[in-house]
Design a protein. Structure first.
Length: 281
């Protein structure tokens, strides 16, 4: 037997040094890759959230007839959109999403993205991106000018809603799809048997009255118009029923019919008129 046959050979200092160098190189390569993958995952998550928020903004407009307005800090109006506050911040750096909306149709102070006007009704939602700050024009939301791309370390993620996104489609069969509406108001107020008054608030105000057991038809009403009904033409707050016409269109016929069927006013006149919802089929 060889005198060295039972000797267990270990690592030399050179071998250990080489192993440590290799491990260091692998770590140096792996860490940036891991950080890059994590960052890209968070960016994709932010993009997904922004796309969902964009859809909620459009849905909010379809239901309420107006865009949710921004606040003084330009943060996302989660309460108005009906989403948890946790979605107010982006998942990349935890910076609150920037939200700015132009809620007045036909205004001359449109929002611009990359120098292109979005139209009188529009909004932007922006993530500050991996660098955690709003870059370029996005840093000054008050001037209504925003950017989706830029130079240097620009990495903001911007989604927008333009006026065309809010324009109802005549080929869509879902609710709230009409460019304009026909409103039919029928007065079947059995208790008071009086003339009911109404007005349409849009770019111009249209006043009308409906005698007992009569009806009144208005055409070409904007989907964002506000309708008010009252037993007199003073439209006292506690004796007026108001609604947005688009929210009352339950079908796809672009015609809304409301029927004033009873007067629930007490002696103090504290109750609004009761009406039906879209009976026209």
């Amino acid at each position: 037997m060889s005198p060295t046959s039972n000797f267990k050979k270990g690592f030399s200092l050179i071998e250990l040094s080489v192993a440590l160098v290799v491990m260091g190189l692998l770590t140096a390569v792996a860490i940036p890759i891991t950080l890059s993958v994590t960052r890209n995952q968070k960016i994709r998550q932010a993009e997904s959230e922004l796309e969902n928020i964009r859809g909620l903004i459009i849905s909010s407009y379809n239901v309420n007839g107006k865009l949710p307005s921004h606040d003084a800090t330009y943060t996302l109006p989660t309460a108005k959109l009906g989403i948890p506050d946790q979605y107010k911040n982006d998942p990349i750096k935890g910076i609150p999403y920037l939200y700015y909306a132009d809620t007045v149709s036909g205004s001359n102070d449109t929002i611009y993205v990359d120098g292109i006007p979005l139209g009188g009704l529009s909004a932007v939602i922006i993530s500050a991106g991996p660098n955690g700050k709003f870059d370029g024009e996005n840093a000054t939301p008050g001037d209504r000018r925003f950017a989706s791309t830029g130079t240097g370390d620009f990495d903001d993620v911007l989604y927008y809603v333009c006026e065309l996104d809010l324009a109802p489609s005549t080929t869509n069969t879902s609710t709230n799809i009409c460019n304009n509406y026909t409103l039919i108001v029928r007065n079947k107020n059995q208790r008071s048997k009086i003339t009911e008054y109404g007005r349409v608030l849009s770019t111009t105000t249209t006043n009308f009255s409906v005698a007992y057991l009569s009806s009144y038809t208005l055409t070409g009403i904007s989907p964002v118009a506000c309708i008010q009904l009252s037993p007199d033409n003073t439209y006292q707050q506690n004796r007026t029923y108001w609604f947005n016409i688009a929210t009352y269109n339950e079908g796809s016929d672009c015609t809304v019919e409301v029927v004033i069927y009873t007067d629930q006013y007490n002696v103090a006149g504290s109750d609004p008129p009761a009406i039906t919802r879209d009976l026209y089929r």
